[in-house]
Design a protein around this ligand. Structure first.
Ligand code: ZN
Length: 244
């Protein structure tokens, strides 16, 4: 006789990707918040109204180290949990795509802030691989326009001043309400609405585990707090979960 495996929801933030060499860009103390000039590159109104901002943004994307980053031990541990047959959904604040590159089934990943690996037209909504648009930039186009309609292209990330995709957020809320275990990893839980999912999970009876180096506003709700480095702590935690 087998017991039902717990439904696991895992919320990941910038801290899960730092071992892959990706800095925290958009957290409360992230790079973008500390540099007003850099913040403009990812602020919707500035991006849409100023071609020079767009040219700088495209150079930033072209030169980003994200494209060379590889998944780390924490990303791989989550894939092992999925392969162990544990029903799992990942809600991520990251735009780096490393969960999917590690091998997680793409439909199991909800990207709250979108993805940097896709470009989207602000006019017609056409989506293309970012790599294709970056090839145009490398070839000399400083601000490549949509090939379908000539509209302004941006990365398919949620810029400052843009709303989260309501469908993605609704999915995240449903998953959070229905899970048995909610694990928040590498997130300071200071960016809404992602952070409020943690409170929602606890309210709906999930066992809350927080894995983060620093204290978060939700620590008091947690059944388990893990302060050890994510790269070692998460694999151990998830291996225990997989065994039941
Ligand atoms: Zn277009």
């Amino acid at each position: 006789m087998s017991t039902r495996k717990p439904l696991v929801a895992l919320l990941s933030g910038a801290g899960i990707s730092t071992d892959s060499g990706i800095p925290d860009y958009r957290g409360p103390n992230g790079l973008w918040r500390r540099d007003p000039q850099a913040e403009k590159l990812v602020t919707y109104d500035a991006y849409m109204s100023d071609p020079e901002i767009r040219r700088r943004a495209w150079r930033m994307r072209r030169d980003s180290t994200t494209w060379r980053a590889e998944p780390n031990a924490a990303h791989h541990a989550i894939v092992r949990l999925e392969r162990a047959g544990v029903p799992l959904r990942v809600i991520t604040q990251n735009v780096d795509g490393l969960h999917q590159i590690a091998g997680l089934t793409p439909r199991k990943v909800l990207e709250l802030h979108g993805t940097a690996r896709t470009a989207v037209c602000t006019e017609c909504g056409a989506r293309t691989p970012m790599a294709e648009e970056l090839e145009r930039v490398v070839a000399g186009e400083e601000d490549p326009a949509c090939r379908a309609c000539g509209g302004i292209l941006k990365s398919a990330t949620v810029m400052f001043g843009q709303r989260l995709d309501p469908a993605v957020l609704a999915d995240a809320v449903a998953i959070t309400k229905g899970c048995d275990v909610f694990i928040a990893v590498g997130t300071s839980l200071q960016v809404q609405p992602a952070a409020s999912l943690v409170g929602l999970a606890a309210e709906h009876g999930a066992r809350l585990v927080i894995v983060n180096a620093d204290p978060t506003p939700y620590d008091a709700l947690a059944a388990e707090l893990v302060r050890e480095p994510i790269g070692t702590a998460l694999p151990a935690l998830l291996a225990a979960l997989a065994e039941g």
